[in-house]
Ligand binder design. Structure first.
Ligand code: GLC
Ligand code: CA
Length: 591
């Protein structure tokens, strides 16, 4: 496969390693310019990125050792998944001590070194804020469960539950947990139930208690004062619980996150957090908006409301499948995917800001899920999705390994997995006979979160250069000899080199940040063609979402003018309105 990049001299001149900052205060196409609108964000899952001490677990010094790689990639912001002290029931999303670094990941000094290294390279760091729940080993919960009168009792949500005439105890309501079973666990010590939307080891905090909120704001200040540039807020719409917490109806039980999310006090809490903390720093906030519809999105991110800067809306990434319980890979069509981005462009206003992403640590790999990871198509396919993510409207979020076109892992048996959600679902679904083990495992192999969590593939040495241990915490994908950063570094046609060029192009082109978006052909089943327009500048992006080549005639008498970026040798067609696109080919033109 050949690859070529054609950059016009004028554009090359405008390119820089960092996003071009628009003049302060002046609106750009109606948008207030902000560094986080212009940034490309890269998510690091510390456990899987780089092990530095041979224990098979990624760690902070490992990340520090890879900062040159990230700088060369051109990303402006690193989002670090939880690095806090945790018993790891859910890989760090269960925090025992918010002010301490997880022992396996290193020390606070290692964190400081990492942060300094990031800043030295003119990048920024955002961290995960996981405050819907804590670990049951957090000192607040340890106290809370001691007695009904403990000063920390009200830090969590305790209820007596129901008692049948025969003395049988049942939970206060029918809430299911994201990780299977009831969302309530009876704690024998005080004989009451506590609420946990996730695992039993992740009790939900009681946000109606002002002391809880003050503790959260205080820990946020602790990290902001250290110099982090903001937060990715874990399941943030869940912090305000439904009034009275009545049973979910049969309809609501089909999609519990919609019932759980965006409770009556959410806006109030977010504004308080913004007023007391966020507004005092030059930071960014992005909320993981589980259970949030597009219509609810602009009430969370409208800049006149002073709540959040951005959210992750899951419409695209979960297309055709559910975001609750053990889901299956669903079917989807390109017009459906386009309709999601089209709706975002219509519903969100110039006061809102969007995110674009198709991957994270909770979802399978992009090429395997949305494309075709066969040997013949993996490379153009990975390039196509990166092209789309980096040219649609909204701040792009890339997940580690996307830039290499990493693929799903060939999971076969339950023991291949680490994720608590799979283990719990297996008990709830297979061990109760609801589904056969074979069907369950076949479905999970395609949707499991562990697909994204296999170690980064750095080179072709044993364990892909991730660790010197023969036993990484999760197995390395056996395809690491073909797919790894070192090999891609030396291959000018690689996904890695393409993504670098793409990030550079975006960084020098404000039209990709603030420009208007127009889908040229919403119904076309195979091609996604759109323009980004800022003033007189217009860019055209054309993507063939298929393994079959296509002759595509541009609508609206548009002509493809100057080719800026493409991945196939025959892409260099003269100015034309009919394009011959190869399998999964994507191109960017300047009009
Ligand atoms: C979020 C995280 C996920 C975690 C869950 C509970 O969805 O992204 O990894 O399991 O919250 O904290
Ligand atoms: Ca380690």
């Amino acid at each position: 496969m050949f690859w070529r990049m054609l950059l016009k001299a004028s554009i090359v001149a405008a390119l820089s390693a960092f996003p071009a900052a628009a003049p302060a205060q002046q609106l750009v196409n109606g948008y207030e310019p902000k560094w986080w609108k212009e940034a490309v964000v890269y998510q690091v899952y510390p456990r899987s990125f780089q092990d530095s001490n041979g224990d098979g677990i990624g760690d902070l010094p490992g990340i520090t050792s890879r900062l040159d790689y990230l700088q060369k990639l051109g990303v402006a912001v690193i989002w670090l998944s939880p690095h806090f002290d945790s018993p790891n029931a859910d890989n760090g999303y269960d925090i025992r001590d918010y002010r301490k670094v997880m022992t396996e990941f290193g020390t606070m000094a290692d964190f400081d070194t990492l942060l300094a290294g990031i800043k030295q390279r003119h990048m920024r760091l955002i961290i995960d804020l996981v405050v819907n729940h804590t670990s049951d080993e957090n000192k607040w919960f340890v106290e809370s469960r001691r007695s009904r009168t403990n000063p920390y009792r009200d830090f969590y949500i305790w209820r007596p539950g129901k008692t049948a005439p025969d003395g049988t105890r049942t939970p206060p309501n029918n809430y299911p947990s994201y990780f299977s079973g009831s969302a309530w666990t009876l704690d024998p010590k005080t004989n009451e139930y506590y609420l946990h939307y996730f695992a039993a080891k992740q009790p939900d905090l009681n946000w109606t208690n002002p002391k809880v909120r003050e503790e959260v704001y205080s820990l946020m200040r602790f990290w902001l004062d250290k110099g982090v540039s903001g937060f990715r807020m874990d399941v943030i719409p869940l912090i305000s619980k439904p009034t009275g917490m009545p049973d979910l109806t049969a309809e609501q039980l089909k999609a519990p996150p919609n019932a759980y999310a965006n409770g009556p006090h959410l806006a109030e809490y977010l504004r308080e957090m913004n007023h007391d903390v966020l507004s005092k720093y030059d930071d960014m906030s992005v909320g993981e908006a589980t259970g949030t519809t597009l219509a609810q999105e602009n009430s969370l991110v409208d800049d006149r409301r002073h709540e959040l800067n951005m959210i992750f809306n899951f419409d695209a990434i979960k297309l055709g499948r559910s975001d609750f319980g053990p889901s299956q890979l669903g079917s989807w069509s390109l017009p459906e995917l386009k309709a999601i981005y089209d709706a975002h462009a219509t519903v969100l206003t110039k006061h809102d800001w969007d995110t674009v992403f198709l991957s994270n640590h909770d979802n399978p790999r992009i090429v395997s899920t949305f494309g075709n990871d066969s040997q013949a198509t993996r490379v153009p396919c990975a390039k196509l999705f990166e092209t789309m993510i980096l040219t649609l409207r909204g701040t792009p979020f890339l997940y580690e390994g996307d830039e290499l076109g990493m693929t799903d892992y060939p999971f076969k048996k339950l023991e291949d997995y680490d994720d608590i959600s799979i283990k719990n679902a297996y008990k709830a679904e297979v061990e109760t006979g609801k589904i056969s083990a074979a069907d369950f495992l076949a479905a999970q192999a395609k949707v499991s979160r562990d697909n994204a969590r296999t170690p980064m593939q750095w080179n072709s040495s044993p364990e892909a250069g991730f660790t010197t241990s023969a036993h990484p915490w999760l197995a390395v994908n056996p395809n690491y000899k073909q797919i790894n950063a070192e090999q891609e570094e030396s291959d000018s046609a690689s996904v890695l080199n393409y993504v670098r060029a793409l990030i550079k192009l975006r960084a020098g082109t404000l039209a990709f940040v603030y420009g208007d978006f127009k889908d040229l052909d919403p119904q076309h089943p195979q091609v996604f063609a759109y323009t980004r327009t800022l003033g007189k500048e217009q860019y055209l992006v054309v993507e063939n979402f298929s393994s079959s080549p296509v002759h595509y005639t541009l609508p609206e008498s548009l002509k493809a003018a100057t080719l800026l970026l493409s991945d196939l040798p025959d892409s260099h067609e003269a100015s034309t309105s009919t394009l011959n696109l190869g399998a999964w080919e994507s191109r960017i033109y300047k009009q």
